[in-house]
Write a protein that binds this ligand. Structure first.
Ligand code: GLU
Length: 443
């Protein structure tokens, strides 16, 4: 069976890791099935949709490596939505309603008081042509509701298992607002039909929409797709991930020096029975994709896990790849010496400057004589074998050991308390610069 999926973000904010997970699962499933991945920009909300978010979404997905086979925008498809409205009206499934939000609220409270489900009471269905003409003469404009059929709508969800809703617990949804604005419930179904979407994979906050949308697929003569509702991911403490707060946005992670495959590797494992592990490519993840691994619990996104994976990536990153990330003219011995100590590739620039540019050494009180002795015994030629031999001789000559031996050397040579292994840094600093720094001179 050929598979078509879509990732359908609204361009009303930056993508966060929760959105990225939905995109990734869609993409991996499509690739696994050799199917098609559509990027659909859900920009029906004209007031809140912004071109800069539309662009940012494409940029962020490209950064993750989630290439799309087709790009669609709802704002280009008004004619299709109006055709669908006409079909629904002709079938008596789309009807005008005139209540104001206040009237709806009062009606809702009255139903609750009478212990009735707080759904729309369908008052508008009882209006005669004359009633409607009168309301419109008063200046009221209709919004349009989809008339649900009284039924139990059931489906087998790839992520949730058997799922269903009794429509009597749902209000007839508004598909078109009084200002003519088309709402997602309708536009999404029209698109899914027109674009031949076979699998709708999205967050489980859309489960109720699904019940309504299944009836819409039927009413519009479309084939109902298979659904997979992923339990919504939360932050480490179970808090919601809101894209509007910019929490854990992909762009922030990118700016911080996080590697896209670290994000992909973590997101592919979360909510599944797979252990979090580093994967080199999306193809590797796509090959291993399996709905059977997905669980029902809300996965938690912990930034600590991402940082750990990211560090693993960098520690194993070959020089050729690192060059593309690091904005300094570093060489391979340098990269291999420092990579094990970096949490983001751009930190390499700092160590390059420590090794190759003048630096004021840090000499603490009482260490001057020791460092002088160290300078005098430093060999002329330095390689990675130098450090252990030199510091062993220094220990014997000065009776210093442990921190008292090593820390003053590191502070003088690098100006820092921590960093990559000194045995690797020393040859990069070189004998002349090292000697000068040990003698307290900026070099
Ligand atoms: N624009 C909707 C959202 O961002 C799409 C949901 C769907 O995939 O149908 O929630």
């Amino acid at each position: 069976m050929s598979v078509t999926v879509r990732f359908a973000p609204s361009p009303t904010g930056y993508l966060h890791v929760g959105n990225a997970r939905v995109a990734l699962v869609n993409w991996l499933f499509a690739r696994h099935m050799q199917g098609k991945f559509i990027l659909r920009i859900d920009d029906t909300d004209r007031a809140r949709s912004k071109p800069e978010y539309d662009e940012a979404i494409r940029e962020d997905l490209t950064w993750l490596g989630l290439a799309w086979d087709d790009l669609q925008r709802q704002s280009d498809r008004d004619a299709r939505y109006h055709a669908a409205m006409a079909t629904l009206k002709a079938a008596g499934r789309l009807y005008p309603a005139y209540e104001t939000p206040e009237e709806l609220d009062t009606a809702r409270k009255m139903r609750l008081a009478r212990k009735l489900p707080p759904v729309y009471g369908r008052g508008a269905l009882a209006l005669t042509d004359a009633d409607r003409a009168k309301l419109e003469a008063e200046g009221r404009k209709p919004h349009w509701r989809f008339k649900l059929e009284d039924a139990k709508v059931a489906w087998t969800d790839l992520a949730h298992g058997p799922a269903g809703f009794e429509t009597k617990h749902l209000s007839d949804p508004v598909l078109v607002r009084e200002d003519g604005a088309l709402l997602y419930t309708l536009t999404s179904v029209v698109d899914d039909i027109d674009m031949g979407v076979t699998h709708v994979i999205r967050g489980d906050d859309h489960m109720t929409n699904t019940a309504v949308q299944i009836q819409l697929f039927d009413a519009l003569g479309g084939k109902v797709p298979t659904f997979a509702h992923l339990p919504l991911m939360t932050g480490a403490k179970g808090e919601g991930l809101s894209k509007r707060e910019g929490a854990l946005s992909l762009r922030d992670l990118r700016a911080e020096g996080i590697e896209p495959m670290a994000v992909n590797s973590l997101l592919a494992a979360l909510g599944t029975s797979d252990a979090v592990a580093m994967h080199k490519s999306l193809d590797e993840l796509a090959a291993a994709f399996d709905w059977a691994k997905f669980g029902r619990a809300s996965p938690k996104f912990d930034k600590v896990d991402l940082d750990r994976l990211n560090a693993q990536f960098i520690h194993a990153m070959p020089f050729a790849e690192a060059k593309a990330h690091v904005n300094v003219a570093m060489d391979e011995p340098f990269w291999l010496a420092v990579r094990g100590n970096l949490t983001k590739p751009s930190d390499a620039a700092e160590w390059w400057s420590v090794c190759r540019e003048p630096l004021a050494p840090v000499v603490q009180d009482g260490d001057g004589d020791f460092l002088k002795a160290a300078a005098e015994s430093l060999p002329e030629a330095i390689d990675t074998e130098t450090w252990p031999v030199w510091t062993k001789a220094l220990a014997a000559a000065t009776e210093r050991k442990g921190k008292a031996l090593f820390q003053p050397l590191r502070l003088a040579l690098t100006g820092r308390e921590h960093g990559p292994e000194m045995k690797n840094l020393l040859p990069l600093i070189g004998p002349a610069r090292a000697k000068a720094r040990l003698l307290g001179k900026t070099a």
